[in-house]
Design a protein around this ligand. Structure first.
Ligand code: GLY
Length: 391
């Protein structure tokens, strides 16, 4: 039994609200198709409007993922048609190695190409996703047992992994099941073990990035990239940890994943303001005049619903109720209701806000963010039916 849920007063989203929110979101996706079928949606909006971009960003998989979700939501074949056009773009990207020298293969290929294979048996989707899994395991270091996030392989300044990578691991578990080759899942397990050993502080908060020693493979230090400072708690990193543990537990029923899920969730919940949508770094609270990151709430809602499906019983009821509260808050306080204001789904996301202690490029501050929209619609879809995951 979890004892933190009782502290929240946000009303859980009701069935009618789920239907209304999903319909509104699917209509928004439909409205956007002419702009984003042959081009992708930028990682974040500018003045609440997403520009188009080429298929070169780590975030380009989320928009096609929304299109697949809208297809499931409505059954309208126009979504399937558009999503399969995008699958061809992702096949082209991986075959030609266009901007794929990083670890974000799962973010790119699970909601696009794995989804296409699972939903409509798209063979090119399957092929592209397996190529992406091959690309991802090529970034694995035996010395340190981790998948390197960014940069030239083995370069000392980039000999690190990041907590976000937990969401790239399902692609590897899927590839092992699909091909019968254990090498993908073996690497996923080793990387997850390294993350658990180093990235989680004793209080259940997380380091964003973690350096390993290229000589000995031992842990060196945690550092932030997108959080406020090295020892603060970047909200989305914590959210990736929560959902990542649920997904690892789905593929591999290790007790430590389940226990870590609760620990990470507990820290996340403790740092929330009253409406359950965190500030972009959890060092901040009401009155600090800092922006929220609504995407973190959507990600955690999906993690809760994933874990609820696995564990059942009383814990599942608690997880589901919490997820309904998160999504209720997003729907009532953050969802785009008026398409003349924005072509996104959820306002008040934060991609990357500069601080005196980090060096990240400031982008997408208090905007719609592509993954925030995707996970919001995934959470609504999960709440509306027995959803078969793309992850
Ligand atoms: N994976 C990078 C981010 O969450 O912004």
């Amino acid at each position: 039994m979890l004892d933190f849920e009782k502290e929240f007063s946000v009303e859980p989203i009701g069935e009618d609200e789920i239907r209304a929110a999903g319909d509104l979101a699917a209509n928004q996706v439909l409205r956007n198709l002419p702009d984003f079928t042959y081009r992708m949606q930028n990682h974040s909006s500018v003045g609440h409007v997403y520009p188009a971009c080429d298929n070169v960003q780590w975030t380009c998989g989320f928009w096609p993922g929304e299109v697949w979700l809208a297809y499931e939501w409505t059954g309208n074949p126009v979504f399937r048609h558009a999503a399969q056009i995008m699958v061809q773009s992702f096949l082209h990207r991986i075959e030609n190695k266009i901007e794929v020298d990083h670890h974000d293969m799962g973010f790119l290929y699970s909601p696009t190409c794995v989804a296409a294979w699972k939903l409509v048996g798209d063979e090119d989707g399957r092929k592209a996703a397996i190529l992406a899994a091959d690309q991802l395991i090529a970034r694995y270091h035996e010395v340190g047992q981790f998948i390197q996030a960014w940069g030239q392989m083995g370069a000392p300044e980039n000999y690190r992994y990041i907590i976000d990578c937990l969401l790239n691991l399902p692609l590897l578990y899927w590839a092992s099941r699909e091909t019968g080759e254990s090498k993908y899942a073996d690497i996923a397990r080793l990387h997850a073990a390294t993350t658990l050993a180093n990235s989680i502080r004793p209080d259940g908060s997380t380091y964003h990035t973690f350096f390993m020693d290229p000589e000995t493979g031992g842990p060196v230090r945690g550092e932030t990239c997108q959080g406020y400072k090295d020892d603060s708690n970047w909200a989305r990193g914590q959210a990736w940890g929560v959902y990542g543990m649920a997904l690892s537990y789905r593929y591999d029923r290790r007790d430590e994943y389940r226990a870590m899920f609760d620990q990470l969730l507990g820290f996340f919940l403790k740092g929330l303001p009253e409406d359950m949508v965190p500030y972009w770094d959890m060092i901040f609270s009401d009155g600090d005049n800092e922006p929220r990151d609504s995407s973190s709430a959507a990600i955690v809602a999906c993690g809760l619903l994933e874990m609820a499906d696995i564990v059942g019983g009383e814990a599942a009821e608690h997880y589901r109720l919490l997820a309904r509260r998160f999504v209720g808050s997003l729907w009532r306080g953050y969802a785009v209701r008026d398409p003349s204001r924005s072509n996104g789904l959820v306002l008040h996301g934060t991609y990357s806000k500069k601080s005196p202690y980090n060096t990240c490029t400031p982008e997408g501050v208090d905007e719609c963010v592509s993954w925030g929209d995707y996970y919001y619609l995934e959470a609504l879809t999960r709440l509306s039916r027995n959803w078969s995951s793309y992850w």
